[in-house]
Design a protein around this ligand. Structure first.
Ligand code: SAH
Ligand code: SF4
Ligand code: F3S
Length: 471
């Protein structure tokens, strides 16, 4: 599919900046220092969006609080991927009636992927009158205009019209972490996996201009960031909608060549178009982490077909083998869905077989959740919840065993880590492969790269020590 990516005009974005200044003056005139609380659900895409909302709020004069109590604005950035995520949001929106009663000037906005579904915005309209504003991901850049309207006493707003999506460059970003940053390379998804809501709520694939991405990355490095995670629902499609001869591997190689000590990650890659060139590029650059998140979803070819994934289990395994042959230390992680409509016990066994064959370092396991409007939601689903839970437990058991075994094999090895913070008495760090290591050390090490010797392991994390200390 080739579409010309639509850019939001600079003039329209300038208007939003001007509205931020007006909102700042609105508060200053009243002698109030306004507080904002942003509650983020879902994946890294939403986290990156929340940082842009926070950037706009900062320009509007807001500072941030960690609770809805007493906040002048509460924003729930929602996720629609599974029913459970949606239920939590509805529960929390309901409870905001009370916080707003205690702080009557509180304004409540809902945004994110759930708001791209008409049945959700209709429900908010009907049953949650205390919500002041709703906007879907396509309308995020218009947030200052929506907020201004509400602060001026305007009627509640719903900016939820569907759109294929556009790109808005130059929005302010208030980053949640000073070491690790998200760098979106593209937005949306064209894959329409039959179970998935994302293409409906985030629109069509659209790539940012490489020059914009490279500039953002070099600015981040100049500010002292040490790790950049390039984001997209399907990074392998990067560049297909641009009139330039560039793919994701080329882009990543250009970013990896920027000066400075830093490391680069990316997610997510779709197996149907994860190329050998991508593995070669990772292998060729020491600062690209040797970690690959490659969701397989099911180990059975019929289920993969029903899911519209467009690869077979053996094609998946060929990719994994290629990657491992190139990089024997490659850390592999994946996503898997249990209990897709019509999945039989034997078909589930193929999923178990695949994880035993690949031996992932870690696995994100989900029980299938029907999403209104997707093809899979209309498929017959005769398997009982109890049977699905049983399959889920067997999968977890197998994966926990594998993860623990893989972690145990790290004992005695020396691994390069980025020290990223403190948890109680210990410092925390991440290996190149994304594994969590705890160790004893001084706060001055936070933000540095270090070699740690691994001394102990659990299913989820590793314990380490600074080698020359012990010697
Ligand atoms: N773009 C990424 C996935 C984003 S969603 C990719 O294609 O790899 C993250 C994970 O949520 C998916 O990989 C899938 O395993 C899971 N997921 C998506 N829709 C789901 C549904 N309806 N029920 C259960 N799990 C789902
Ligand atoms: Fe969803 Fe599939 Fe797109 Fe991933 S690739 S976001 S699972 S439709
Ligand atoms: Fe992410 Fe959830 Fe949206 S997983 S893309 S926030 S539906």
């Amino acid at each position: 599919m080739s579409t010309k990516t639509q850019q939001i005009p600079a003039q329209a974005l300038r208007q939003q900046h001007a509205l931020c200044a007006m909102i700042r003056e609105f508060w200053q005139a009243q002698g109030i220092a306004p507080l904002a609380f942003i509650d983020t659900y879902g994946c890294q895409q939403n986290e990156a969006d929340s940082e842009r909302i926070a950037g706009m709020l900062e320009q509007c004069g807001y500072s941030f609080t960690r609770s809805e109590e007493g906040a002048d604005i509460v924003i729930l950035n929602t996720c629609a991927i599974r029913e459970h995520a949606e239920q939590r949001v509805f529960g929390n929106v309901g409870a905001l009636v009370h916080t707003k009663r205690r702080h009557p000037r509180q304004k409540i906005f809902l945004c994110g992927c759930m708001m791209g579904q008409p049945h959700v915005s209709d429900r908010i309209r009907r049953s949650y009158p205390h919500v002041d504003g709703v906007f879907s991901t396509h309308h995020l850049w218009r947030f200052p205009e929506l907020l201004w309207h509400i602060l001026q006493g305007g009627k509640r707003v719903f900016a939820v019209e569907d759109s294929d999506g556009a790109i808005s460059e130059g929005l302010p970003v208030a980053r949640g972490n000073s070491l690790k940053a998200w760098g979106s390379v593209m937005y949306g998804c064209n894959n329409f996996c039959s179970y998935c809501i994302v293409p409906y709520v985030r629109g069509r694939e659209r790539s940012r201009e490489p020059a914009e991405i490279i500039k953002e990355c070099s600015d981040l490095l100049a500010q002292g960031f040490k790790e950049i995670t390039l984001l997209g629902q399907n990074v392998n499609s990067y560049g297909k909608d641009l009139a330039l001869d560039i793919d994701f591997a080329d882009l990543m190689a250009q970013i990896a060549a920027l000066p400075g000590e830093f490391r680069l990650r990316f997610m997510t890659s779709h197996p149907k178009d994860a190329s050998e060139k991508l593995f070669d590029t990772i292998a060729a650059h020491p600062n690209i982490c040797k970690q690959f998140h490659l969701p397989f979803q099911s180990g059975n070819d019929r289920i993969l077909r029903e899911m519209n994934r467009r690869y077979t289990a053996s094609e998946y395994l060929r990719l994994v083998d290629y990657g491992r042959a190139k990089m024997p230390d490659l850390v592999l992680t994946s996503d898997v869905i249990v209990g897709f409509p019509g999945e039989t016990e034997a078909e589930f066994d193929d999923t178990l077989k695949l994880i035993e064959r690949v031996r992932f370092d870690a696995l994100f396991t989900f029980i299938y959740s029907p999403r209104e409007g997707t093809p899979a939601a209309k498929m017959a689903d005769p398997t009982s919840r109890a049977d699905k839970n049983h399959r889920f437990d067997r999968l977890l058991e197998a994966q926990n065993r594998i993860s623990a075994e893989i972690h145990r094999a790290y004992i005695g090895k020396t691994l390069r880590v980025l020290v990223d913070g403190r948890e109680d008495a210990q410092l925390t760090a991440r290996t190149d492969g994304g594994r969590l290591v705890r160790f004893t050390g001084d706060d001055s090490l936070i933000g540095t790269f270090l070699d740690l010797r691994i001394t102990e392991s659990t299913t989820w994390s590793l314990l380490g020590e600074i080698p020359n200390r012990a010697e």
